[in-house]
Design a protein around this ligand. Structure first.
Ligand SMILES: [Zn+2]
Length: 73
């Protein structure tokens, strides 16, 4: 599934992870997110997101359970 990035703050929506803060279950494709869904980081609407080309998407290869990699403010 495609990863989408927030054009405003750089947040990545990874469908395999879902979005815990907004009660989005893992495995939910970006296109299946509710219209009311907004970026958990900056509240930007879905229209602010763009699809990441998988070739540009470099995922760090560590598998920490229950730990998110991004920093909180
Ligand atoms: Zn954002």
């Amino acid at each position: 599934m495609d990863v989408y990035a927030c054009d405003v703050c750089g947040y990545y929506y990874d469908p395999e992870c879902g979005d815990e803060e907004n009660n989005i279950a893992p495995g939910t494709a970006f296109g299946k997110l509710p219209k009311t869904w907004t970026c958990p980081e900056c509240n930007a609407s879905k229209s602010e997101f763009y699809r990441l080309d998988p070739d540009d998407w470099e995922y760090e290869d560590d598998e920490e359970e229950g730990e998110e990699d991004y920093e909180e403010e």
